[in-house]
Design a protein around this ligand. Structure first.
Ligand SMILES: [Zn+2]
Length: 123
């Protein structure tokens, strides 16, 4: 009875140890995923295949922490764009009234009765 109890406790301890071990093993991948890292897949593969070695595990962990987030480069560039926008041109006020001949298209004085270029009658 005691032996069976001890065995089941050992089983639970081993399962718990494996679970904790796997959780620690994949910490770099979890960090990369939570940060939505740009190179998540590469970090995960490095973590998966080289995580057993301390160097590979630390490398994938550092990579996960240093990797840029998706779209962070666009976000840093966008706010500076409106500064380069050209100044609005001053409103064009019609100081000189210009009329156009309906036949030849030349500019004529608005009070002229006939076009100075072609003699066309103006309204
Ligand atoms: Zn004309």
């Amino acid at each position: 009875m005691d032996h069976l109890f001890f065995g089941s406790m050992m089983m639970i301890a081993v399962i718990a140890a494996i679970t904790v071990g796997v959780a620690i093993y994949f910490i770099p991948s979890v960090i990369a995923y939570s940060r939505s890292a740009r190179n998540f897949l590469a970090i995960f593969l490095l973590n998966l295949f080289l995580g057993w070695s301390l160097l590979g595990w630390l490398g994938s962990l550092i990579w996960a922490l240093l990797d840029e987030k998706r779209g962070s480069q666009q976000g840093s560039v966008a706010p500076s764009a409106p500064v380069a926008a050209p100044l609005p041109s001053p409103p064009t006020t019609a100081t000189t009234v210009v009329a156009y001949c309906s036949r030849c298209g030349q500019t004529v004085a608005p009070d002229d009765r006939y076009c100075a270029h072609c003699g066309h009658g103006l309204p």
